[in-house]
Write a protein that binds this ligand. Structure first.
Ligand SMILES: [Ca+2]
Ligand SMILES: [Ca+2]
Ligand SMILES: [Ca+2]
Length: 449
C-alpha cells in the first residue's frame, strides 16, 4: 500500500470519527423540521400552543397538566418521569416534560395534555371621585342592590343563611369587620400556605359584594351566607391553571354550594372543563365573569356551558360595550359601590363585580330551596330576569332580579313592606234579612325594611 493511500484512509477515518463524535454530542442534527401533520402538533390530545412551543424549543421542559387515566400514571412511573399527582376529586398530574416526552405521551391513551397556563383576574376599573361623597347604602342598600330588587328579599328574612360559597380569587381580607363573621377559612394555592389573605384587593371586593355582613361599611347580597376564601391568584392577580384545579378540588371537598369565579383566560382547557363538569354534576353552582375585553366570545371558565356566565349592565340597564359576548345573564357592574381591602368604599366597574352579585342571589335561592341543583338554578335564573338594553346581543337572558329569582327558585311568596297609611280590608259580609252587612277592618300600615 502506498503512503498516499494510507494517508487518505487515515484522513477519511478521522473525518468519520469526528463526524460521529460531533453528531453524538450535538444531537441538533437528529431534529427534523417539524411537520405540522405529525405529533405533537396536530395531535388532538395535545394542546396546540403547547405543541408549537415544544416544537420550537425541543430541549425546554414545560410544566404540563395531564388529565389522569389509569395508563398515564403507569407510563410516567415506567419512564421515570417525576410527576406530582394532584386532586382528590378531579385527579390530574403536573409534570415537567420536553418535546420528545410530550411526543411520546401523546401516543399513549391519555385524555389530554396542556401547559400549566396562566390565568388572570379580570381587570376592573376603579373610578376615584375624591370630592364626591357617595350616597352609600341609602337606607342600607346600594343603587345596584335596589336595581335588582334586593331589599324586599332581605325584608322576608332571605339573606343566604345556611348557604356555603367558595370565592376563588386573590384571597380575602377576612379580618375586615364586614367579612370576619361569615368567614369559614380557606387555603392559599398561589403561595401554598394556610393563609388566604388578600394583598391585591380584588378578592376582598368580590367577597364583600357577595357576603358583606353590613356591620361596618358594606352589606352584600347574601349577608348571612358563609364563605371560604380560596386563593388561586397571587398578589399580582395572576395564577396557574393547576392552582385553579386545586381550588376547585378543595371547594368540592368542602361541600360548598356555590363557586364564584372572577378570573379567566381565553383558551379552552380540557382539564378545567373536566373539573367544572365534575362540580356541576355534584350540584355545585358555578358562576363566572364574562370578561371585560369586548370580545365576541366569552373567556374561560365563563365559556363552559355548565357555568352561569355574567355580563355587566349600567344603572340604566344598558349592557357595557366591554362586556364579552355570550353571557348567560347580566348584573349591575358599571360604577357600582364596592368595598376595598382597606375597609373603605369606592366605585368600580367590571364583570368581576357583577359576578358576586349573581353568586349572592344564587345563595338566596339556595336558602329558600336547598335541593336546587345546578341545572335547576340555571333554569330559575333564565326564567326570572328583567329586560335590558342590549343592541349588540351580548347577553342571553337579561338582568338578574333577586326577588323574582327567589320566587322562581322556592315557590315562596314575598311579603311587601307596607307603606304608612290607612288600609281597609273587607272582613265579613253577613246576609241579614235580605240585606248584606259589610264589616271592614280599618288599620294603619307599618313601615317595612
Ligand atoms: Ca363582622
Ligand atoms: Ca400552588
Ligand atoms: Ca398566604
Amino acid at each position: 500500500m502506498s503512503d498516499r493511500v494510507i494517508a487518505g484512509i487515515i484522513i477519511v477515518s478521522l473525518t468519520l470519527a469526528g463526524f460521529l463524535y460531533f453528531t453524538q454530542i450535538n444531537p441538533v442534527f437528529s431534529i427534523k423540521t417539524p411537520d405540522p401533520n405529525t405529533i405533537p402538533v396536530g395531535n388532538p390530545k395535545v394542546d396546540k400552543t403547547l405543541a408549537w412551543k415544544a416544537t420550537i424549543q425541543p430541549y425546554k421542559k414545560f410544566r404540563t397538566v395531564i388529565l389522569l387515566n389509569n395508563t398515564t400514571e403507569a407510563w410516567l412511573r415506567e419512564n421515570n418521569i417525576p410527576y406530582q399527582r394532584k386532586g382528590e376529586v378531579i385527579p390530574y398530574v403536573v409534570a415537567e416534560l420536553n418535546f420528545s416526552q410530550i411526543q411520546e405521551i401523546s401516543q399513549k391513551p391519555i385524555e389530554f395534555i396542556e401547559e400549566d397556563r396562566e390565568v388572570y383576574l379580570i381587570e376592573n376599573s376603579e373610578i376615584q371621585l375624591p370630592n364626591i361623597r357617595y350616597r352609600l347604602q341609602e337606607a342600607g342598600y346600594t343603587e345596584a342592590q335596589r336595581q335588582i330588587s334586593l331589599p324586599i328579599v332581605h325584608y322576608n328574612n332571605i339573606t343566604g343563611e345556611g348557604v356555603v360559597v367558595a370565592i376563588l380569587d386573590t384571597g380575602v381580607n377576612y379580618k375586615l369587620p364586614d367579612l370576619d363573621d361569615n368567614y369559614l377559612g380557606g387555603y392559599d394555592f398561589a403561595y401554598d400556605d394556610l393563609d388566604p389573605n388578600d394583598l391585591e384587593g380584588h378578592g376582598t371586593t368580590v367577597a364583600a359584594l357577595l357576603a358583606g355582613e353590613g356591620d361596618d361599611q358594606f352589606q352584600g347580597i347574601a349577608p348571612n351566607a358563609s364563605y371560604y376564601a380560596v386563593k388561586v391568584l397571587d398578589d399580582s392577580g395572576a395564577g396557574k391553571l393547576s392552582d385553579v384545579l386545586d381550588g376547585l378540588d378543595w371547594a368540592v371537598q368542602h361541600n360548598v354550594s356555590i363557586v364564584s369565579m372572577s378570573y379567566g383566560q381565553p383558551v379552552y382547557s380540557p382539564a378545567e372543563h373536566t373539573a367544572i363538569q365534575t362540580l356541576y354534576n355534584k350540584g355545585v353552582i358555578l358562576v363566572a365573569a364574562a370578561g371585560n375585553e369586548g370580545y365576541d366570545k366569552l373567556i374561560y371558565p365563563a365559556g363552559y356551558p355548565e357555568v352561569v356566565s355574567v355580563g355587566a349592565v349600567n344603572r340604566y340597564g344598558e349592557v357595557a360595550s366591554w362586556s364579552n359576548k355570550g353571557a348567560f345573564l347580566a348584573a349591575p357592574g358599571v360604577e357600582i359601590t364596592i368595598l376595598t381591602r382597606f375597609g373603605t368604599t369606592t366605585t368600580g366597574s367590571g364583570t368581576s363585580y357583577a359576578t358576586p352579585i349573581v353568586s349572592g342571589v344564587v345563595a338566596l335561592m339556595k336558602q329558600v330551596n336547598p335541593n336546587l341543583n345546578s341545572a335547576n338554578v340555571k333554569d330559575a335564573l333564565a326564567n326570572s330576569t328583567d329586560p335590558i338594553k342590549d343592541p349588540d346581543n351580548r347577553v342571553v337572558h337579561g338582568m338578574i332580579n333577586a326577588s323574582k329569582a327567589v320566587v322562581e327558585a322556592g315557590n315562596v311568596q314575598l311579603k311587601e313592606p307596607q307603606a304608612p297609611g290607612i288600609s281597609i280590608d273587607l272582613k265579613y259580609a253577613l246576609p241579614i234579612a235580605g240585606l248584606t252587612l259589610l264589616v271592614y277592618l280599618i288599620r294603619r300600615g307599618e313601615y317595612g325594611a
